[in-house]
Design a protein around this ligand. Structure first.
Ligand code: ZN
Length: 221
Protein backbone atom coordinates (compact mmCIF):
# COMPACT_ATOMS: atom_id res chain seq x y z
CA UNK A 1 0.00 0.00 0.00
CA UNK A 2 1.20 3.51 -0.84
CA UNK A 3 1.87 5.25 2.51
CA UNK A 4 1.06 8.83 1.48
CA UNK A 5 -2.41 8.78 -0.07
CA UNK A 6 -4.16 11.85 -1.48
CA UNK A 7 -6.87 13.32 0.76
CA UNK A 8 -10.47 12.14 0.23
CA UNK A 9 -11.36 15.73 -0.70
CA UNK A 10 -8.88 15.62 -3.59
CA UNK A 11 -10.16 12.23 -4.86
CA UNK A 12 -13.76 13.42 -4.57
CA UNK A 13 -12.98 16.57 -6.56
CA UNK A 14 -11.44 14.35 -9.25
CA UNK A 15 -14.30 11.83 -9.29
CA UNK A 16 -16.95 14.55 -9.56
CA UNK A 17 -15.10 16.30 -12.41
CA UNK A 18 -14.71 19.45 -10.27
CA UNK A 19 -10.89 19.39 -10.25
CA UNK A 20 -8.99 21.66 -12.66
CA UNK A 21 -6.95 19.99 -15.43
CA UNK A 22 -3.52 20.07 -13.67
CA UNK A 23 -5.03 18.55 -10.50
CA UNK A 24 -6.92 15.92 -12.56
CA UNK A 25 -3.68 15.04 -14.34
CA UNK A 26 -1.91 14.58 -11.00
CA UNK A 27 -4.68 12.39 -9.56
CA UNK A 28 -5.07 10.34 -12.78
CA UNK A 29 -1.32 9.66 -12.81
CA UNK A 30 -1.39 8.68 -9.11
CA UNK A 31 -4.31 6.28 -9.84
CA UNK A 32 -2.13 4.29 -12.28
CA UNK A 33 0.24 3.57 -9.34
CA UNK A 34 -2.26 3.07 -6.50
CA UNK A 35 -5.02 0.39 -6.46
CA UNK A 36 -6.44 1.74 -3.14
CA UNK A 37 -7.12 5.18 -4.61
CA UNK A 38 -8.57 3.58 -7.78
CA UNK A 39 -11.08 1.71 -5.61
CA UNK A 40 -12.06 4.89 -3.74
CA UNK A 41 -12.55 6.84 -6.98
CA UNK A 42 -14.65 4.00 -8.45
CA UNK A 43 -16.83 4.11 -5.31
CA UNK A 44 -17.24 7.91 -5.53
CA UNK A 45 -18.17 7.61 -9.21
CA UNK A 46 -20.74 4.92 -8.41
CA UNK A 47 -22.28 7.10 -5.68
CA UNK A 48 -22.31 10.06 -8.11
CA UNK A 49 -24.08 7.87 -10.70
CA UNK A 50 -26.69 6.76 -8.16
CA UNK A 51 -27.40 10.35 -7.10
CA UNK A 52 -27.91 11.29 -10.73
CA UNK A 53 -30.31 8.34 -11.28
CA UNK A 54 -32.28 9.36 -8.20
CA UNK A 55 -32.38 12.98 -9.32
CA UNK A 56 -33.66 11.86 -12.76
CA UNK A 57 -36.68 10.25 -11.08
CA UNK A 58 -37.50 13.23 -8.89
CA UNK A 59 -36.44 15.68 -11.58
CA UNK A 60 -34.70 17.70 -8.87
CA UNK A 61 -31.67 18.49 -11.05
CA UNK A 62 -31.98 20.72 -14.10
CA UNK A 63 -31.30 18.94 -17.42
CA UNK A 64 -28.27 21.07 -18.28
CA UNK A 65 -26.53 20.29 -14.99
CA UNK A 66 -27.36 16.59 -15.22
CA UNK A 67 -25.92 16.39 -18.76
CA UNK A 68 -22.76 18.19 -17.67
CA UNK A 69 -22.17 15.71 -14.83
CA UNK A 70 -22.90 12.71 -17.08
CA UNK A 71 -20.48 13.92 -19.77
CA UNK A 72 -17.73 14.50 -17.20
CA UNK A 73 -18.21 10.91 -15.96
CA UNK A 74 -17.86 9.72 -19.60
CA UNK A 75 -14.61 11.68 -19.92
CA UNK A 76 -13.27 10.05 -16.77
CA UNK A 77 -14.10 6.66 -18.23
CA UNK A 78 -12.25 7.54 -21.44
CA UNK A 79 -9.28 8.73 -19.36
CA UNK A 80 -8.97 5.40 -17.57
CA UNK A 81 -9.11 3.54 -20.91
CA UNK A 82 -6.20 5.63 -22.15
CA UNK A 83 -4.27 4.70 -18.99
CA UNK A 84 -4.71 1.01 -19.80
CA UNK A 85 -3.36 1.56 -23.33
CA UNK A 86 -0.13 3.16 -22.02
CA UNK A 87 2.89 2.44 -24.23
CA UNK A 88 6.60 2.31 -23.41
CA UNK A 89 8.67 5.50 -23.87
CA UNK A 90 12.00 5.80 -25.65
CA UNK A 91 14.23 7.50 -23.09
CA UNK A 92 14.82 5.97 -19.66
CA UNK A 93 13.33 9.05 -17.93
CA UNK A 94 10.16 9.05 -20.07
CA UNK A 95 9.70 5.31 -19.53
CA UNK A 96 9.43 5.90 -15.76
CA UNK A 97 6.54 8.32 -16.22
CA UNK A 98 3.12 6.64 -16.40
CA UNK A 99 0.38 7.69 -18.76
CA UNK A 100 -1.60 9.91 -18.85
CA UNK A 101 1.22 12.25 -17.73
CA UNK A 102 3.74 10.90 -20.24
CA UNK A 103 1.71 12.25 -23.16
CA UNK A 104 2.09 15.75 -21.66
CA UNK A 105 5.89 15.68 -21.26
CA UNK A 106 7.43 12.96 -23.45
CA UNK A 107 8.34 15.29 -26.32
CA UNK A 108 9.95 17.84 -23.96
CA UNK A 109 11.98 15.08 -22.27
CA UNK A 110 13.11 13.61 -25.62
CA UNK A 111 14.16 17.13 -26.75
CA UNK A 112 15.91 17.76 -23.40
CA UNK A 113 13.87 20.90 -22.66
CA UNK A 114 14.70 20.84 -18.95
CA UNK A 115 15.16 24.28 -17.39
CA UNK A 116 17.89 24.34 -14.74
CA UNK A 117 16.94 26.12 -11.54
CA UNK A 118 20.42 25.61 -10.03
CA UNK A 119 21.40 23.51 -7.00
CA UNK A 120 20.83 20.23 -8.88
CA UNK A 121 17.16 21.00 -9.63
CA UNK A 122 15.60 21.22 -13.08
CA UNK A 123 12.04 21.43 -14.34
CA UNK A 124 9.84 21.18 -17.42
CA UNK A 125 6.79 23.48 -17.24
CA UNK A 126 3.50 21.80 -18.27
CA UNK A 127 0.01 23.15 -19.10
CA UNK A 128 1.34 26.69 -19.33
CA UNK A 129 -1.98 28.09 -20.53
CA UNK A 130 -3.43 27.58 -17.02
CA UNK A 131 -3.69 30.96 -15.26
CA UNK A 132 -4.09 29.88 -11.67
CA UNK A 133 -1.99 26.72 -11.56
CA UNK A 134 1.72 26.14 -11.75
CA UNK A 135 2.31 22.63 -13.09
CA UNK A 136 5.73 21.14 -13.84
CA UNK A 137 7.86 18.04 -13.92
CA UNK A 138 10.62 18.41 -11.31
CA UNK A 139 13.90 16.52 -11.17
CA UNK A 140 16.05 16.75 -8.03
CA UNK A 141 19.51 15.19 -8.27
CA UNK A 142 20.00 12.34 -5.77
CA UNK A 143 21.12 13.80 -2.42
CA UNK A 144 20.27 17.43 -3.36
CA UNK A 145 17.69 19.58 -1.60
CA UNK A 146 14.98 21.99 -2.72
CA UNK A 147 15.45 25.35 -0.92
CA UNK A 148 13.21 25.75 2.13
CA UNK A 149 9.95 27.35 1.02
CA UNK A 150 6.58 28.58 2.24
CA UNK A 151 3.25 28.00 0.46
CA UNK A 152 0.83 30.78 -0.35
CA UNK A 153 -1.75 28.19 -1.51
CA UNK A 154 -1.94 24.41 -1.98
CA UNK A 155 0.89 22.34 -3.44
CA UNK A 156 0.64 18.70 -4.48
CA UNK A 157 3.78 16.68 -5.28
CA UNK A 158 3.48 13.21 -6.83
CA UNK A 159 6.68 11.13 -6.79
CA UNK A 160 7.30 9.25 -10.05
CA UNK A 161 10.84 7.95 -9.48
CA UNK A 162 13.43 8.06 -6.69
CA UNK A 163 12.26 9.48 -3.36
CA UNK A 164 12.50 12.51 -1.07
CA UNK A 165 12.15 13.29 2.61
CA UNK A 166 10.80 16.46 4.18
CA UNK A 167 9.65 17.49 7.66
CA UNK A 168 6.48 15.37 7.27
CA UNK A 169 7.95 12.06 6.10
CA UNK A 170 9.49 9.99 3.31
CA UNK A 171 7.85 10.00 -0.13
CA UNK A 172 8.45 7.38 -2.86
CA UNK A 173 6.90 6.40 -6.23
CA UNK A 174 3.13 6.90 -6.17
CA UNK A 175 3.09 8.97 -2.97
CA UNK A 176 1.42 12.38 -2.96
CA UNK A 177 2.64 15.13 -0.61
CA UNK A 178 -0.06 17.75 0.02
CA UNK A 179 1.15 21.03 1.47
CA UNK A 180 -1.17 23.84 2.44
CA UNK A 181 -0.98 27.57 2.96
CA UNK A 182 1.54 28.51 5.65
CA UNK A 183 3.34 25.16 5.74
CA UNK A 184 7.10 25.47 5.31
CA UNK A 185 9.24 22.53 4.16
CA UNK A 186 12.57 21.56 2.64
CA UNK A 187 12.37 18.40 0.48
CA UNK A 188 15.67 16.49 0.21
CA UNK A 189 16.13 13.82 -2.48
CA UNK A 190 17.42 10.48 -1.20
CA UNK A 191 21.02 9.72 -2.19
CA UNK A 192 21.40 7.68 -5.39
CA UNK A 193 18.69 7.89 -8.04
CA UNK A 194 17.38 11.29 -9.16
CA UNK A 195 13.94 12.10 -7.77
CA UNK A 196 11.35 12.87 -10.47
CA UNK A 197 8.04 14.42 -9.40
CA UNK A 198 4.96 16.07 -10.84
CA UNK A 199 4.26 19.28 -8.92
CA UNK A 200 0.98 21.21 -9.07
CA UNK A 201 0.52 24.44 -7.10
CA UNK A 202 -2.43 26.83 -7.08
CA UNK A 203 -0.29 29.79 -5.93
CA UNK A 204 3.42 30.61 -6.22
CA UNK A 205 5.77 29.30 -3.52
CA UNK A 206 7.92 31.69 -1.50
CA UNK A 207 11.45 30.71 -0.56
CA UNK A 208 12.41 31.36 3.05
CA UNK A 209 15.78 31.79 4.75
CA UNK A 210 18.77 33.88 3.63
CA UNK A 211 19.41 31.83 0.45
CA UNK A 212 15.71 31.83 -0.33
CA UNK A 213 15.43 35.63 -0.15
CA UNK A 214 18.27 35.86 -2.67
CA UNK A 215 16.65 33.33 -5.03
CA UNK A 216 13.01 34.45 -4.84
CA UNK A 217 13.24 37.00 -7.71
CA UNK A 218 14.59 34.24 -9.97
CA UNK A 219 11.95 31.58 -9.32
CA UNK A 220 8.76 33.66 -9.42
CA UNK A 221 7.13 33.96 -12.85
ZN1 ZN B 1 6.64 22.70 -1.33
Amino acid sequence: MIPHQPSDALLLDYASGAAAEPVSLLVATHLTLCPESREKVAAYEAIGGMLIEEAKETDAVPDALRNRVLSSLDELDMGSKQVRQAGVGKSSVASKIPQPLRAYCEEAIENDQWQWSGFGIKKIPLLETQDVFDCYLLMIRGGKEVPKHDHVGNEWTLVLDGSFTDETGHFARGDIAERQQGEIHKPVASPGADCICLVVADAPVALTGAMGRLLNPFISN
